[in-house]
Design a protein. Structure first.
Length: 131
């Protein structure tokens, strides 16, 4: 039994039963912040704990974990919308968003700070950049 209490940043906790594999697997879904406190909760396997908050993952686990979160969240979003993107392309995007040891969600700002003319041309402003 896992009790999540005493973490002010957690608004709600829900137990999800995953029955797809034939065995009942329980997941604790926590709404809120403070990944570090949730990972340290007695009964929670910290090595299997994830978050979709990239900034919090970066603060707690570092830039490589944040890069991995970016990849997983982009893939998850695309699959749920019926789209398929090669993982290598998503990895390139995640590299661009995390190469300065901090996550950058504004691609135009990321490219302005160090992208080449060709990489800028790949986005919406290709005619402005290349002409």
């Amino acid at each position: 039994m896992v009790v999540v209490q005493g973490i002010p940043e957690v608004a709600r906790a829900v137990i999800h039963i995953d029955e797809q594999s034939g065995k009942n697997k329980y997941k604790l879904l926590v709404e809120g912040d403070n990944l570090r406190a949730v990972m340290a909760t007695h009964g929670v396997n910290g090595s299997r704990t994830t978050s979709n908050n990239t900034y919090e993952v970066e603060r707690t686990l570092g830039i490589e974990a944040a890069r991995s979160t970016i990849i997983n969240e982009i893939q998850y979003t695309m699959v749920n919308h019926g789209m398929s993107i090669d993982r290598r392309h998503v990895m390139l995007l995640a590299d661009l968003m995390s190469y300065k040891d901090q996550t950058c969600w504004d691609l135009y700002r990321c490219l302005d700070e160090g992208g080449s003319g060709f990489s800028k041309g790949e986005l919406d402003q290709s005619t402005n950049t290349l002409l």
